[in-house]
Ligand binder design. Structure first.
Ligand code: SF4
Ligand code: SF3
Length: 543
């Protein structure tokens, strides 16, 4: 076995990738990512000691969220960048050691130093996922780690807009340290997993605040899915600050900007509507990029996941920034002192390219984040009380390339006409272009935004609970049919559990990293279930 990774839904054979990642991750990158997480654990150990002494740990905090984010599925495939990040971790550890008077028996993750890639790779094989022998402990540790990765991603976007919450960093450290605590048992890990969900709610609330205070509250918006005649840049991923920098710099250059996949919801924010060259959304969910990028003709900027290893036919048009990276693609460096990133290279590149080839025409509607939905609350409540809306179905989460995800398209199509889908994340691409109609003017697919905007769906549910005077959020006419793929969906799931939501159905398959015993705990305490066939699920959940 040259690597082992089972953090996403596409883990090979539903067990784990051990030769090469289904995502395209090489064993070298996978192993280095394991070592990066290990190094972050060492930083957490020392940073906790520094916190106790009241020493400033801002640098370590940022390091922790950056390094966890880099290891998210489909974010970073660049081994040089990962090695550099590991070495940056060594430097932070050394700085902290000089300040905290570190004890002699520090954990190995805070002591080990790899001199070169070979050293690091050999070490990674000793500290990877399978180094925890007990499968239940391993399962809980990884569930916790993946929740932290998702939390880190959202925390990083908030940080980019100047928003932080120290309690989140404190928890990240506590949880990372727990995963390397000798002899830790399920009785200690399980509460941490649940606590992770609580901080998941906090980090999503923080990012919501950052986004809405910076760019305004999302509003109902029709987004063009056709193309214009000018050369253009396609922006993918989730980072709105990167998009803002790019839009500022493309103004008046004759270069248009389009969103891709999870960047689509940027169109819902008032601030981004002010840019004349912000034309529309191009293409579908992340996994279709290998064909769509060929047809886009212009350069593509990845601000985060999901990257599919690019084909040679368009690789020289792929640029990365932030946590994302790909070997051989130009990477835009981080901001210095909060100054905008310099995107001139990609803008100059775009000027030399043909305009995008049209692959579809029309519009899609979105922008149903909490503020907008609350403005429609009277209408919604009336429709529920009058029986026009019988059920809401939360279908948030991720999309993926496996054909069994056609289930979600069929499910949306087959739902009774008196149901409304609440969505967020790239899962929506399975049904957001279907002609599902509306109920008295309320569209049957209400898109709140990116996966982090699942927070909006929770706020909406809590508001409905209040309006209907219910004691329990589970008494609402809401069914949860969540599609997951990567680790942000893990934090979304844990966040929903921490809000008391029960009977969530998770598909298309349950995570490979959940051991049978851990699955049992989730089933017994939270009623977590899988999916079966569209017919059966609609019958048992809706009828
Ligand atoms: Fe496999 Fe997913 Fe890990 Fe990639 S991220 S190596 S596809 S389990
Ligand atoms: Fe999608 Fe990658 Fe998860 Fe933010 S873009 S939801 S999979």
């Amino acid at each position: 076995m040259s690597m082992f990774c089972y953090q996403c839904q596409e883990a090979s054979k539903g067990v784990g990738c051990s030769i090469k990642g289904v995502c395209g991750k090489s064993p070298e990158v996978s192993n280095l990512q394991d070592l990066l997480v290990y190094t972050a654990k060492g930083v957490a150990v020392l940073s906790q000691l520094a916190d106790e002494k009241g020493i400033d740990t801002a640098k370590a905090n940022k390091y922790l969220i950056d390094s966890l984010f880099i290891t998210i599925t489909n974010a970073n495939f660049d081994s040089n960048k990962i090695v550099a990040k590991i070495k940056a971790g060594y430097a932070i550890q050394d700085e902290l050691k000089a300040q905290v008077d570190a004890p002699a028996d520090l954990h190995d993750s805070a002591v080990y130093r790899g001199n070169d890639v070979n050293d690091m790779e050999s070490k990674s094989l000793l500290i990877g996922i399978l180094s925890t022998e007990n499968e239940d402990i391993r399962s809980l540790k990884e569930l916790l780690t993946y929740g932290l990765k998702g939390m880190a991603a959202y925390g990083e976007h908030a940080w980019n807009l100047g928003y932080e919450n120290n309690d989140i960093y404190t928890f990240v450290k506590k949880a990372l340290v727990a995963t390397i605590t000798e002899g830790i048992g399920a009785d200690e890990l399980l509460p941490l997993v649940l606590e992770c969900g609580k901080y998941g709610v906090e980090v999503m609330a923080l990012l919501d605040k950052a986004n809405t205070e910076t760019y305004g509250n999302p509003e109902i918006t029709k987004v063009n899915i056709g193309v214009g005649t000018k050369p253009a840049i396609l922006v993918s991923g989730h980072d709105l600050r990167d998009l803002e920098d790019l839009l500022d710099q493309t103004k008046g250059t004759g270069v248009d900007v389009y969103t891709h996949s999870e960047m689509l919801p940027a169109h819902y924010y008032p601030k981004f509507k002010q840019y004349d060259n912000f034309v529309g959304n191009y293409g579908s969910a992340w996994w279709q990029q290998t064909t769509e990028f060929e047809q886009f003709n212009g350069p593509i900027l990845f601000t985060t996941n999901c990257i599919v290893p690019p084909k040679d036919s368009y690789k020289e048009r792929v640029y990365t920034t932030g946590a994302s990276g790909f070997d051989g693609c130009v990477h835009f460096a981080d901001r210095v002192n909060n100054a905008p990133k310099d995107f001139s290279a990609i803008i100059e590149h775009a000027k030399k390219c043909a305009a995008p080839t049209e692959i579809e025409t029309g519009e899609i509607v979105g922008g149903f984040a909490h503020n907008q939905v609350l403005q429609l609350a009277d209408k919604v409540v009336e429709a529920v009380k009058g029986g026009a809306i019988k059920k809401f179905v939360v279908m948030a989460g991720c999309d993926g390339r496996m054909t069994d995800r056609n289930y979600y398209t069929d499910f949306a199509n087959e739902l009774p006409k008196d149901t409304v889908i609440l969505t967020a994340g790239c899962a929506k691409y399975r049904y957001n272009k279907l002609p599902l109609g509306d109920i008295g003017g309320i569209p049957r697919v209400l898109d709140a935004g990116q996966c982090n905007d699942s927070y909006s769906l929770a706020v909406t549910a809590l508001k409905l609970q209040e309006v209907f005077g219910l004691d329990d959020i589970n008494d609402l006419p809401i069914v949860y049919n969540i599609a997951w793929y990567e680790q942000k969906a893990v934090i979304v799931l844990l966040a929903l559990l921490s809000l008391g939501v029960k009977n969530i159905n998770l598909g298309p398959t349950l995570p490979a990293f959940l051991s049978p015993n851990v699955v049992n705990i989730l089933v017994e305490n939270f009623g977590i279930g899988g999916i079966s066939t569209v017919e059966e699920d609609i019958k048992s959940w809706i009828a």
